[in-house]
Ligand binder design. Structure first.
Ligand SMILES: [Fe+2]
Length: 185
């Protein structure tokens, strides 16, 4: 079975929350764009983004196991090792050191998708059309806005990938606009 199809099946098996599924689609879109930028494998990076929170609902009560259970599931399902490892390491509470470019990208960038959703939702029409990089950056500097988003981790894109948060915001916004129908934004 094609890996993307298999990923979607697993998502439907393990996840119910529609917003979480949208977050996964947004992360897939972002990871594909980042792969393009770094001349890496778009398919592999996209799948890593798409599947990274597969254990979210299984680990609701045990957040310390988030990403570990996910990696186990993917291992059992025969996913490529590079995807399994990127998923395992993306949860920063474990203090795993992301080593490959794929691991570094998923680790530091995925939360930008949620941040952009939060920015869109405070716009009058709740649309990505109203979101600009400038608006994202202004909100990024406002600690009380979308408190749950860990700015420090996102900022690691600078040392880990050599791109600024502003560049990441731009790439992420464009990636999300490409699938806006699926995101409902
Ligand atoms: Fe995530």
């Amino acid at each position: 079975m094609e890996l993307r199809e298999k990923s979607l099946e697993l998502i439907n098996k393990y996840l119910k929350n529609e917003n979480l599924k949208k977050h996964l689609l947004a992360t897939e879109a972002l990871m594909r764009e980042l792969a393009k930028k770094f001349n890496e494998d778009e398919e592999i990076w996209g799948i890593a983004g798409l599947i990274h929170d597969i254990d979210w609902e299984l680990t609701k009560e045990t957040p310390e196991k988030h990403s570990l259970i996910g990696a186990e599931i993917l291992e059992k399902e025969g996913f490529p090792k590079e995807i399994v490892e990127a998923v395992r390491k993306h949860n920063h509470i474990h203090n795993f050191e992301p080593k490959t470019l794929l691991e570094k990208a998923l680790y530091s960038c995925e939360e930008m998708t949620g941040f952009i959703v939060a920015v869109a939702l405070v716009m009058p029409n709740k649309s990505l059309d109203e979101v600009t990089v400038e608006r994202i950056m202004n909100k990024f500097k406002e600690p009380s806005f979308a408190r749950g988003v860990n700015r420090e981790i996102i900022q690691k894109c600078e040392e880990l990938l050599g791109i600024t948060v502003e560049e990441l915001a731009e790439i992420c916004l464009e990636a999300m606009k490409k699938i806006r129908d699926k995101l409902g934004l």
